[in-house]
Design a protein around this ligand. Structure first.
Ligand code: COA
Length: 457
């Protein structure tokens, strides 16, 4: 015996007035129990409303773009069999919105939307979140999710029903290009992809079920309080932004770090002397960082592939020299950029880095002051350490790490003599730079720092 049922929007957690973004059925369509009827999308999640029973759609009471809340009648269904009185309501529990989102860097485009979570039927699980635009991201993907997103091709933006459909056909949604609003992957995109595969048109793409990503284990969920007292504190905005960028850069760029050292004995003696003189006259303080900036410009001129960015199959070689330097601030790492380093004196560079570092620490850097960099320097020399492996600041292709200089015995061919040695750690993108070029770069940089007159040559 059939029964007319009003299908209502179930308990969808804290969401209200959510737009209907997809309607999967029309009056007269036969549906099976659990088939997806419509898809809703809040600013945090996408979710499907499934059919409470098998039957025929008699009437659709909502349209695309309508806003619905829990209890809104979306359609009338003639169920094939009467539901028992004790049957569960159409509403099914909604999972908590995932605590992840994609973040856009201050200057760079966003990582794609976060992975959804869905049950086997792809129902009622918040599916994805829109990218949150800088400067105020409220969530950040976990490191595992971030790395998986980075390595797994572009991130799929699809409703649970489309994902379930794709899964049924053995298609990895991450391989698809969406033709829906905001690049959303539609059922038709899945069909088109499968048709393309069958006709051979998609032969250039990886096989639909081929594993493309890192296939990482989920991030460990640990109740730390079980092991001892803990305190949870939110990450700063800068940490969230830079963390997302660092994770992307670390996962997407094949890094190699070349270690070297420069004899800065004479340079440091010169710097100290100038500073002593200018202290008397109240002049600006010369810093090692300013000399490093200047020396790097000379090295970038000699090895232009370091002053470049990858653009698909092209290498964009820059004719300008804007250099970033990592600045440690109470809220996290930022990278102010000094424009036209080649056109400035070492003293001007020292003054400008000091001004920018101060602004960074006060949180007053404008976005434009962190954009357009060609190459970066991360100096930990004032703090300590012997070497480290800096992460490249994409889309740059190399970064120079500098550690603390120390006086060490150096063999000069006749005897050991004390020399002040500055450790250099150059991380480079191995897609662009070969190991031999990196060794030449640091060797040349070392020669320049040992005798800056070389930069005049
Ligand atoms: N070796 C030995 N001593 C060094 C040095 C080096 N490589 N570099 C700097 N110093 C000394 C300086 O001479 C200075 O001493 P002084 O006052 O006696 O002259 C002291 O260390 C402090 O220098 P600092 O304040 O760090 O100035 P700076 O110009 O060297 O660096 C910044 C400026 C902004 C780069 C620096 O303050 C900073 O934030 N560094 C951290 C960068 C970072 O976090 N990187 C990590 C990215 S993963």
């Amino acid at each position: 015996m059939s029964q007319l049922l009003e299908v209502k929007v179930p308990d969808i957690g804290d969401f209200g007035a959510i737009p209907v973004i997809e309607i999967h059925v029309k009056a007269g369509d036969a549906v099976a129990a659990e088939d997806s009827l419509i898809t809703l999308e809040s600013d945090k999640a996408t979710m499907d409303v499934p059919a409470p029973a098998a039957g025929t759609v008699k009437e659709v009471r909502i349209g695309l773009g309508d806003k619905v809340s829990e209890g809104t009648v979306i359609m009338v269904l003639e169920a094939d069999t009467a539901l028992p009185a004790s049957a569960p309501p159409a509403a099914q529990p909604v999972a908590q919105a995932p605590v992840v989102a994609s973040v856009i860097a201050s200057a760079e485009p966003s990582a794609p939307p976060a992975e959804d979570r869905e049950d086997e039927l792809g129902r009622f699980r918040p599916a994805e979140q829109e990218p949150i635009l800088a400067p105020s991201p409220s969530h950040v993907p976990s490191p595992g999710q971030m790395a998986a997103e980075m390595m797994g091709g572009h991130k799929a933006h699809a409703s649970p029903s489309v994902r379930a459909y794709a899964r049924e056909l053995g298609v990895e949604v991450g391989r698809l290009t969406g033709s829906g609003p905001k690049g959303r992957i539609l059922r038709e995109d899945v069909q088109r992809y499968v048709k393309g595969l069958v006709s051979g048109a998609a032969s250039a793409s990886p096989a639909p079920t081929a594993a493309g990503g890192l296939n990482l284990l989920p991030w460990p969920q640990v109740d730390f309080a079980k092991f001892g007292p803990v305190q949870s504190q939110p990450l700063s905005r800068i940490k969230k932004l830079s963390g997302a960028n660092l994770a992307r850069n670390w996962a997407m760029i094949p890094h190699v770090t070349q270690f070297d050292e420069a004899d800065v004995t004479d340079l440091e003696a010169f710097r100290t002397q100038v500073n002593q003189e200018s202290e008397k006259s109240g002049g600006a303080k010369l810093t090692m960082l300013a000399f490093l900036l200047k020396a790097c410009v000379s090295a970038l001129r000699k090895f232009p592939e370091f002053n470049a960015s990858l653009d698909g199959d092209n290498l964009v070689l820059k004719q300008y020299f804007h250099l970033g330097f990592a600045a440690d601030t109470p809220n996290g790492l930022v990278v102010p950029v000094i424009r036209d380093v080649d056109k400035k004196t070492v003293l001007e560079l020292a003054a400008e880095t000091a001004t920018l570092a101060k602004k960074a620490r006060e949180g007053k850097l404008a976005p434009a002051e962190m954009q357009g960099g060609c190459f970066s320097i991360s100096s930990l020399g004032g703090i300590g350490g012997t070497a480290f492996t800096p992460i490249i600041n994409a889309p740059e292709v190399a970064i120079l790490g500098v550690s603390k200089s120390e006086t060490r015995p150096r063999w000069n061919g006749r005897e050991f003599e004390p020399r002040l040695m500055l450790p250099l750690s150059l991380s480079y993108d191995h897609r662009v730079v070969d190991g031999a070029a990196a060794a030449r770069f640091t060797t040349y940089l070392g020669q320049l720092l040992a005798d800056l007159r070389r930069s005049l040559l």
